[in-house]
Design a binder for this molecule. Sequence first.
Ligand SMILES: Nc1ncnc2c1ncn2[C@@H]1O[C@H](COP(=O)(O)OP(=O)(O)OP(=O)(O)O)[C@@H](O)[C@H]1O
Length: 690
Amino acid sequence: MDNSFKLEQKHLTLVHQTLQETLDSIDKSLSINAKQAKNFKKISGKETAINFDSYADNLDTFAAIETMNKQIDSFNNKQTQLQNTKKNILRLLPAPYFARVDLKYPDETEKISFYIGSAGFSPTPEEPMVIDWRSPIADLYYNNRFGKTNYIANERKITVTVSKRRQFLLHNAVLEDVFDTDVAIQDPLLVKTLQQHQNSQMNSITATIQQEQNVIIRDIKSPALLVNGIAGSGKTSVVLQRIAYLLYQYRDSLISSDMLLLTPNTLFTTYINKVLPSLGEDSPLQMTFNQLLKTFISRSMSLDAKTSHVQELDKKLDNMVLSINDFKNIKLNDLTIFSQKDIHSFFTQTPAKLSLSKRITALSSILTAEIESQIENDSKNGKIQAELSDLTDSQQEKIFGRLISPSSDIAIQKATKKMLLWRNRNLLNQIKQKDWLNTIQIIKSILKTQKVNSLDYAFTRLKLLNLSQNNLKFVMIDEIQDYSLDQILFLLTAFPTARWTLVGDQFQSIIETNHPLTFSNLKDIFEQHNIPVTQRNLYTSYRSSGAITHTFVQHGSSDLIDKINTIQIGGEEPELIENSNFSKLIINLKSQITQFNNNELSAIITSDSNLSQSIHDEIKQTVLGTIAEKLPVSGIIVLPLALAKGLEFDNVIISDVTAEYYCDSKFGENRLYTAFSRAAKRLIINSLAN
Ligand SMILES: Nc1ncnc2c1ncn2[C@@H]1O[C@H](COP(=O)(O)OP(=O)(O)OP(=O)(O)O)[C@@H](O)[C@H]1O
């Protein structure tokens, strides 16, 4: 091993040096290219005389401009390419690679060593020095393949023999450790990585992705992938790595905005925000379900009913027959253009055999056609045509994009029509937006209720106004167990062509909904929508020490205890502290937090936000999670469990384990499991007498 350590150090020095040299040469090329582009623009600007005097001059001028633009594009492309390579090199310099696999191809005599890093790097096109972790060969490494095996590249099966699988712990150009692993029972790099200090931001797990995680990350076949994993088993990490993998796999056709990641809360969003940029990828659209819902609700209105009835609405909406009150007058400047009655009468002219949403689309076309036909008639009216001459210069600019002086009858009529269309643009827009549909009334009459729920409202708009989005290719949902069936139904209707990655933990279902979701319901609902679901389970606890894992799984199910694995065995046993009243609790909390290392991030988790506020008022050095925009790097944050979910801390103090919140017959055990599993190293559980 000594000799191989030396050889590996030599190789690392070479790679690091090549990276550094390439970086220097890229910096030079970047500045030369920028200078050349600047000079070119200066010179060609002078040389390309703009001359539109004649048709031939026009052509010459356009040709010259096009040549100039092509040259500028080529400068820009080169600049972008150089910058991308520079970004990869900068990412690789601190840790050029983390693993090596040696492969022998059947028709080759020599084996080839491939070094795997967080990005690819090829100083010459023929010879990759570092291969990207997402490349097909890297799959062999993550899958612990050894001996004769194969991998898929460009849809072809390639047979190889894997003769070495090696891991590295390194920093810049210094090799710290080398581990040779075949079928890894324990992954030494993983153990070392987990022992190192965690920080307040989630990190990428590229170097230590485990086999069962790799399968999820690289699944490109399943229309819906459902991951049920215990707390701290890497579900969120896997989703983020998967996003980076998909962006690489489909790099010619997929961009980050084709993906949506639904997160539990905005604190969580900031917690995971650095992972994708650190993997060299842009983050997808990220929002909470409520933020998404707002994009489907036209304006702020009071939608205060607590329970949703999406399933009932879904069944009844299509066959509903609308009455006069289901419409609103269409007005322009207080003048009623179409009354409810008019609109209803147009509605009755649409084919009754169509679904309601189709009838509404047809109705919208009828209303638009009515206005357009009126405009067509008016545009022939001499009196209205005369209004053209009243238009100021700035109005003409707005309507026609230039000043006009129409002379022929046809030109005058065309200009008048354009003017009228412009004057009626708000009206036409109202019709197009279907503001004339009384969605609230429709919901009230279906559900026979007076109050309307925001999800019901958004769903009804989605269905009746055809607001489904077909451009979103992947939807990823973290903490799927906290969604209701109604929310899932809404999402399936909103994104009918998306592929789904749903990750969650049944034991972390802590939010009360009227239709709580089981994973088997979830599968059923997807399958009812003809979306087959592949389920994968993750049973390894990476975050928490053995002692903490053992404590939180007690609040899962009894068969869970036999299934789980812990990477960080042992650790300090959780402490139980009794407090007879709030003042005692504060005294104890103050003493408990002094036991923690100042560089670590610790949390006091409360049952509700009022208690967080009261503790923060008494212990000023804490950060109050309910108003924090992001997690502090270190120190003590105090926050309710609802906000702590998905996050992790070095140390966790539970402030009031005896609160009713944790004793709830339905969700109590899940809340304990979720709260305890936020801790990586230490867990202190306080009880508070009422
Ligand atoms: N393969 C891995 N290598 C290194 N660290 C890992 C690995 N998998 C998970 N981790 C670490 O374990 C911790 C928990 O991961 P993550 O938050 O993704 O789990 P989770 O299943 O989403 O947790 P929870 O459901 O409790 O919110 C993180 O610190 C993550 O970096």
